[in-house]
Design a protein around this ligand. Structure first.
Ligand SMILES: NC(=O)c1ccc[n+]([C@@H]2O[C@H](COP(=O)([O-])OP(=O)(O)OC[C@H]3O[C@@H](n4cnc5c(N)ncnc54)[C@H](O)[C@@H]3O)[C@@H](O)[C@H]2O)c1
Length: 411
């Protein structure tokens, strides 16, 4: 049973679960722009996942009476309808269960909801998994984007916002300059390669078929609602369970972290002010090493973290990824010129995030214990082993899931 999701015909069994999202704070961004007359019906792919659900909640509430939001998601292992359950009674919100790699699902959604704007977030997103099962990444991220573009080409839209990542640029040396949007794409892992390949399709369709595309490349996003396979929620859940933090490598790798509310603002800004044919980096000023992250998280849990030894008492070193970019560094000034700003300092965002996971992380997605084991897949895992992984099992169970009451159901 998927306790993390709301099933129409299983509601009594999920009563406890159903109340989780009722008690949770409603989290969204803070920007609001003049609604645009050419935007009416926005399809947001991956809407039951992390970042897209922030955008779904933000746009549904902020543009109530102006925009209809259609969250399109296949409910993969990392998704939960809890992420948008607070919107179920909103007249301008609909959930559509569909798969971006299925032409018939995408066409049906585009037509049924008279979609004029697409924001495409759906993807396989976990870098660690991409070393073990990269075919899934090619299928969802490349083929899925291609299917979406084909459908959009025949249906026609006003705007197609394609969500990419800073990882497409590859590693930036410690003394390297922040990269502008015209830097070369040099991905180093299968996830990043699939995202770069998807961008190539977007650009080709923009040129050949005048798809009104905008590409967005963001730094790491963190915050409540992120599936606990990613480092901040995973480490928070480990500390809550008095378990050690499984650190990749020597802890010196850094990432720039952006709070999800600020990311929602960035997408709102790009939706309203971004120019078709342009690429926008979304950059954070908070560059944090994995060691510092461990130390700060210990601090959030009231555990001594003054010295290296104190921190390392709670850390277990695990084998690093086959290749692990030491850092990413994008220059986000182009988006700032549109008025976007990073508002949430890392320390504050981390506090909000840890607090949320302490309250909801253990139940929001059902049982997540299988996600808290040390990773990575070292790239040597056999295909059969990957297919027996907890993610694949979760995914298979989710295939039987249907939409929430009142939501559109697919055939
Ligand atoms: N999380 C980050 O730090 C980050 C940073 C930069 C860019 N991005 C990009 O932002 C987007 C969202 O990332 P996230 O971390 O929120 O992802 P996530 O893994 O939390 O969510 C992905 C969503 O896509 C859905 N999905 C997967 N395959 C699908 C398919 N075939 N059809 C329909 N839905 C499908 C999943 O069910 C899930 O709800 C991705 O494109 C990712 O590459 C993420």
């Amino acid at each position: 049973m998927f306790a993390g999701n709301v099933l129409a015909d299983d509601a009594p069994a999920l009563k406890d679960h159903a109340s989780i999202w009722e008690d949770a704070p409603f989290l969204q961004g803070s920007t609001r722009f003049e609604p645009q007359s050419e935007i009416n019906n926005i399809m947001i792919t991956g809407g039951a996942g992390f970042i897209a659900s922030w955008v779904v909640r933000h746009l549904t509430k902020t543009y109530h009476g102006h925009y209809n939001i259609i969250s399109f998601d296949k409910l993969d292992y990392c998704a939960t309808l809890n992420n948008t359950a607070q919107l179920d009674k909103e007249p301008n919100f609909t959930f559509y269960k569909g798969d971006i790699t299925r032409h018939e699902d995408v066409m049906d959604c585009l037509r049924k909801h008279d979609i004029d704007t697409v924001m495409h977030f759906a993807a396989q997103t976990h870098v660690d998994l991409s070393f073990g099962n990269s075919n899934d990444f090619t299928n969802t991220n490349v083929v899925g984007t291609h299917v979406l573009l084909e459908c959009v080409k025949s249906h026609g839209v006003q705007k197609f916002i394609h969500v990419s990542t800073d990882e497409v640029y590859g590693e930036v040396k410690d003394d390297g300059k922040d990269l502008l949007e015209d830097a070369l794409l040099l991905p180093t892992n299968p996830y990043a390669a699939s995202k770069a390949a998807a961008e190539m399709y977007v650009e080709a369709y923009r040129k050949s078929f005048q798809i009104p595309a905008i590409v967005v490349r963001s730094n790491n996003v963190y915050g409540p609602h992120q599936f606990p396979e990613k480092v901040i929620p995973k480490f928070s859940m480990l500390l809550q369970r008095n378990q050690q933090l499984s650190l990749h490598g020597d802890g010196t790798h850094t990432r720039r972290y952006l709070y999800a509310g600020d990311a929602a603002d960035a997408f709102d800004t790009i939706l309203h002010k971004g120019r078709v044919g342009h690429i926008y980096n979304v950059g954070s000023s908070d560059e944090i090493s994995n060691f510092t992250l461990c130390s700060m998280l210990l601090g959030e849990f009231g555990i001594s973290n003054e010295t290296k030894d104190e921190v390392y008492k709670h850390v277990v070193h695990c084998e690093d990824r086959p290749f692990n970019d030491h850092r990413y560094a994008v220059d986000g000034s182009k988006l700032k010129q549109l008025g976007w700003q990073q508002k949430t300092p890392f320390k504050e965002g981390l506090r909000i995030t840890v607090d949320w996971y302490r309250k909801y992380g253990g139940t929001w997605w059902g049982d997540i214990s299988d996600r808290l084991t040390p990773f990575p897949t070292n790239g040597k895992r056999e295909f059969d082993e990957v297919n027996a992984s907890p993610d694949v099992k979760r995914r298979k169970e989710n295939e039987h899931m249907d939409s929430v009451p009142g939501a559109v159901k697919v055939g």
